[in-house]
Design a protein. Structure first.
Length: 240
């Protein structure tokens, strides 16, 4: 059974999703920047964060992560989120079968792959009806050659800071290394983004940049979001 991709056509018009538009040119500047709040695990805060209307909410299904969903969230709570919010499952080196089972159980519309997943796995997940984000760590330079095989099979890339964990390390990388980006896949910027970065993020004019992923800098504990600070960040980014 395929998982539906709600509002994909509208999202494609906003940011240029290659899977929907067939883009062959570099990703164009979006009409507005998208915001993804990742690492949701606390049932008490979930509805409050959803009420702030982020574009994406991320749920981590990697058992080694301190933000691992586990049994903390009932699938029904995730399924009941407003349909305008994209529900994203974050996985690290998980099998396609398990990803699809989890996606159906929680009503996920998108997956973020944060390990060494292959282009073939990205293709299979897209063919199953899921929007596909592939995460890559970015150090002193962007390894374009590593990205190229994924271009036909990913709706978004996500560029994060290298660290001990696949993600959620809470540190910022040098965004200027993305200034020469010329691939057709739009991307999210991640890695230690905090409220103090909002003015600089609003001023960024990097090619291909369509959104921001916020997580660890907006928590009182791993997976427990500070709703007020999340609200301040969303308001600051959406005001640009």
């Amino acid at each position: 059974m395929k998982t539906p991709r709600p509002n994909l056509s509208a999202l494609a018009l906003t940011v240029g999703v290659p899977g929907a538009t067939g883009l062959a040119e570099p990703a164009a500047a979006p009409a507005r920047r998208l915001v993804k709040v990742c690492g949701m695990r606390d049932a008490a805060a979930l509805a409050e964060v959803a009420a702030l209307e982020p574009d994406f909410l991320g749920f981590i299904f990697a058992p080694k992560s301190p933000r691992y969903v586990g049994d903390s969230l009932a699938p029904a709570l995730v399924q009941a989120l407003p349909p305008a919010i994209w529900k994203v499952g974050v996985f690290v080196n998980e099998t396609t079968e398990n990803i699809l089972t989890t996606a159906e159980r929680f009503g996920l519309a998108a997956v973020q792959l944060h390990g060494q997943e292959s282009p073939a796995q990205c293709e299979a997940l897209g063919e199953a009806g899921l929007l596909v984000m592939k995460a890559f760590s970015v150090g002193r330079a962007l390894d374009v050659a590593a990205l190229l095989p994924y271009v036909p099979y990913c709706d978004f890339f996500l560029f994060d800071t290298p660290g001990a964990a696949p993600g959620g390390n809470g540190t910022v990388f040098d965004w200027s290394v993305l200034a020469g980006y010329s691939l057709p896949v739009p991307y999210f910027l991640a890695g230690g983004l905090g409220l103090e970065h909002a003015p600089a993020l609003n001023a960024l004019r990097l090619p291909g940049l369509v959104g921001f992923d916020v997580n660890s800098r907006f928590e009182t504990a791993p997976g427990v979001k500070d709703v007020n600070r999340v609200g301040e960040m969303l308001a600051a980014l959406k005001s640009a």
